[in-house]
Design a protein around this ligand. Structure first.
Ligand SMILES: [Zn+2]
Length: 134
């Protein structure tokens, strides 16, 4: 009987500690429209909310990556110039990969924090952190 129980215990130890059940994060997609020589991301605010990021940080990244000027206007982000939706969404995905999704557990439950003057992405799900400095 003792032997049987210790066998069970051994068997149990071989199981993974925790079965990962997180669902994959889906990057929100941008709705864009052309207004004259400008491209407007009409659901910008919505996306920022979904990825739980500051609109300023998010828009600054997009403008830099798209190499253009622009500004947030209400719920929209206005870009100077003409950009295809595909390009905008590609940058959006890169943003999420760099500043939202945790490298360790692939969840979006992260926060941007400052630690000793270093900007870090801290995961609230698994505790992983990475530096966001170049
Ligand atoms: Zn994590």
């Amino acid at each position: 009987m003792d032997d049987y129980e210790s066998m069970l215990d051994e068997g149990r130890e071989e199981l993974p500690e925790e079965v990962f059940e997180g669902k994959r994060f889906e990057t929100p997609s941008a709705e864009t429209t052309k207004r004259g020589n400008r491209t407007v991301i009409t659901n910008f605010s919505d996306i920022a909310k979904k990825v739980n990021r500051d609109e300023k940080h998010f828009s600054k990244y997009l403008l830099k990556e798209l190499g253009t000027a622009g500004h947030v206007d209400g719920d929209e982000l206005v870009l100077q110039g003409s950009f295809r939706r595909g390009i905008v969404n590609k940058k959006l995905t890169s943003y999420c990969e760099d500043f939202v999704i945790c490298d360790e557990c692939n969840r979006p439950d992260t926060k941007i924090v400052k630690e000793k003057e270093v900007t870090m992405l801290k995961c609230e799900a698994c505790g992983a952190r990475k530096s966001l400095e170049d």
